[in-house]
Design a protein around this ligand. Structure first.
Ligand code: HEC
Ligand code: HEC
Length: 265
């Protein structure tokens, strides 16, 4: 079954593309074109659900996130809201600026990392794992507070090396299928793949509710799904590889407004 699926994907890729684009060697062709969000390819029903805060199932996490942010955690630590009052204004735009290089550590830190840093340093609590309901809820809430804000990550100064690494990963062929991100998300946008329409990988809707997962998931979980699809070695959620790719994707889509939580197939 697994082998058959790989073969089917390979056949779809080869047949759905002009000669050379997926050839095993030769330079990758990069086309400059307007980026197309996966939201453009949603069915009308899902698109309507996504746009309706009452029906959007991702909003359950946003509401839980607001509660977690406001209420003091068990054990007497101050709540997030104690230090971050009026989150609607104080946290607006934060998700659009991350990931960013942390001056103290020199590391690239995304929203998940920022939340966990405050848990550890300011609340003396253990960090939350990726894909736990709590971390998804807090990041969904904080990201939704930036809805409409254009992505505005910095790739200057200390961020430039992380950006270059992300760009390298984007262009590198990987996995048994030997396909790079760019071959799908730059060169095959609009084509069908296993029932999906390939988008430009605009990362403005994450964390997003994916029907296949039956839950909300982080951007890093989505990147894992793409690596699985080409039978590649998976990186860890929160790893430097995914952080660099996140920076690259968010820079590539700069000025695209945040629109989370998105709904996906
Ligand atoms: C005791 C005070 C305190 C508590 C409690 C606290 N924070 Fe923070 N938080 C800070 C401070 C101070 C900074 C700025 C740190 C810095 O810039 O290095 C910060 C930074 C942040 C940032 C990054 C803001 C930016 O502009 O980049 C986020 C996101 C954040 N906190 C979320 C949270 C969440 C979520 C919680 C609860 C789980 C929380 N914080 C709890 C004090 C706190
Ligand atoms: C074989 C083709 C293929 C490759 C290679 C691939 N992806 Fe994807 N990717 C998809 C498909 C199909 C989807 C789901 C439909 C869509 O949104 O494009 C997807 C979705 C995504 C999304 C979510 C878009 C959204 O708004 O929901 C991101 C981000 C993404 N890919 C990034 C990457 C990155 C980074 C790489 C390289 C590590 C990569 N992809 C490699 C096919 C691919």
């Amino acid at each position: 079954m697994g082998g058959l699926r790989v073969l089917c994907i390979a056949i779809v890729l080869i047949h759905s593309h002009t000669i050379g684009a997926f050839a095993a060697d030769g330079p990758l062709r990069v086309e400059a074109q307007p980026l197309r969000s996966a939201s453009e390819f949603l069915s009308p029903a899902l698109r309507a659900e996504q746009a309706d805060p009452i029906r959007n199932r991702g909003m359950l996490w946003v509401e839980q996130g607001e509660r977690l942010f406001t209420q003091p955690p068990p054990g007497g630590a101050p709540s997030c809201a104690t230090c971050h009052a009026r989150a609607e204004t104080s946290m607006r735009g934060v998700a659009a600026r991350l990931p960013a290089v942390d001056a103290a550590s020199g590391q690239l830190v995304n929203l998940e990392g920022r939340v966990n840093e405050c848990r550890i340093v300011r609340q003396s609590l253990p960090p939350l794992d990726y894909e736990t309901d709590e971390l998804l809820a807090l990041t969904a809430y904080l990201t939704a507070l930036s809805n409409g804000e254009p992505l505005a990550v910095s790739i200057d100064g200390p961020a430039s090396a992380f950006y270059a690494y992300g760009q390298q990963l984007w262009n590198e062929r990987q996995g048994q299928l030997n396909v790079a991100c760019t071959q799908c998300h730059d060169q095959s946008v609009g084509r069908k793949l296993r029932g999906d329409t390939i988008s430009s990988a605009v990362p403005t809707g994450y964390p997003a509710y994916r029907l296949e997962w039956q839950t909300l998931g982080s951007l890093h979980r989505r990147l894992r799904a793409c690596q699985l699809g080409v039978r590649a070695q998976l990186f860890e959620l929160g790893s430097r590889e995914y952080l660099a790719l996140e920076l690259y994707l968010k820079s590539r889509a700069r000025r695209h407004p945040i629109d989370a939580p998105a709904l996906r197939r």
